[in-house]
Design a protein around this ligand. Structure first.
Ligand SMILES: N[C@@H](CCC[C@H](N)C(=O)O)C(=O)O
Length: 284
């Protein structure tokens, strides 16, 4: 049996997209298949999988997720490369929306509601070609408290920011301080019972930061959209600029740049590129 797939990325955070509109192809996507697809040597390769399924079709296999996305025709069923489920993926949702646009599954020029396990995210075109810029209303961040992360015996205080998924944001002197990031940074398992995405951040200038990230379930990636949002929120808080009037922050990641701002409702607006680079079939 072969299945259609696409490959795409947002600031080099890359994904295998699996069209499964009526839920009949992949059903409840299993861990082994996700791992095989994301394998960079024996598979297609990716930081995660985006199953493209109608919310109505998801109700049969995952009624809780379907309920969270009621009102959105399309649901982004996201899995990390290790097969684990996450609530949200910021880069993924831009790639997902681009795919819907390119396939004519949604109307161009109108806001695109995308269901996720963190509710509905609305994607709009930032002006120009959708590949160049899509803006996602990522919802309101939750500033939870302070925590600690560690690498190779060094530890840093970190801000716990919840963007629907969990983040620990640590300001460091140099991005090299994070070391190889081949393993997950140490963190408080009591605070993060399901693991955490850890961001290491340096200042580059006014409202301009750079970061590296170790993602739960995927390892170090070239970019993390929810992570960049968490970083912007932590930086804006430290700057006393947690409001719309403060203006946008530029967040540089190894894979590119994202622009993050707050709106009058306190929602985080993330703007960045999205690309689909391949289409094909796989028997994985
Ligand atoms: N790369 C994503 C985040 C993917 C999920 C994350 N690894 C988690 O487990 O929460 C992004 O762009 O936000």
């Amino acid at each position: 049996m072969t299945y259609p797939f696409l490959k795409g990325h947002g600031t080099r955070n890359d994904f295998v997209l699996l069209p499964d509109h009526d839920g009949s192809v992949h059903g409840a996507l299993d861990v082994e298949r996700v791992r095989a697809l994301c394998d960079r040597r024996a598979g297609i390769g990716g930081d995660g999988v985006l199953r493209v399924v109608r919310t109505a079709a998801l109700a049969a296999t995952d009624p809780d997720a379907a309920a969270l996305a009621e009102g959105a025709e399309w649901f982004m069923d996201y899995r990390n490369a290790d097969g684990s489920v996450s609530e949200m993926c910021g880069n993924g949702v831009r790639v997902f929306a681009l795919h819907l646009l390119q396939e004519g599954l949604v109307e161009a020029g109108t806001p695109i509601p995308v269901g996720s396990r963190d509710g509905i995210k609305v994607v709009t075109q930032a002006g120009g070609a959708p590949e160049d810029g899509l803006t996602v209303d990522m919802g309101a961040p939750r500033l939870v408290g302070r925590t600690e992360v560690s690498v190779d015996g060094r530890s840093w205080s970190a801000r716990h920011v919840d963007m629907g998924n969990p983040h620990a944001v640590a300001f460091v002197d140099s991005l090299d301080d994070a070391g190889s990031l081949l393993e997950a940074p140490g963190h408080d398992a009591g605070t993060y019972p399901d693991g955490v995405n850890v961001e290491f951040v340096v200042r580059r200038g006014p409202r301009h930061v750079a970061m590296r990230v170790h993602e739960r379930g995927s390892g170090e990636t070239s970019s993390c959209g929810t992570g960049a949002c968490a970083v912007m929120v932590a930086a804006a808080e430290a700057d006393g600029a947690l409001d719309a009037a403060a203006g946008a922050y530029r967040v540089d990641l190894p894979g590119g740049t994202l622009t993050i701002a707050l709106d009058e409702q306190g929602h985080v607006l993330m703007t960045g590129p999205a690309v689909v680079v391949a289409r094909g079939t796989t028997d994985l």
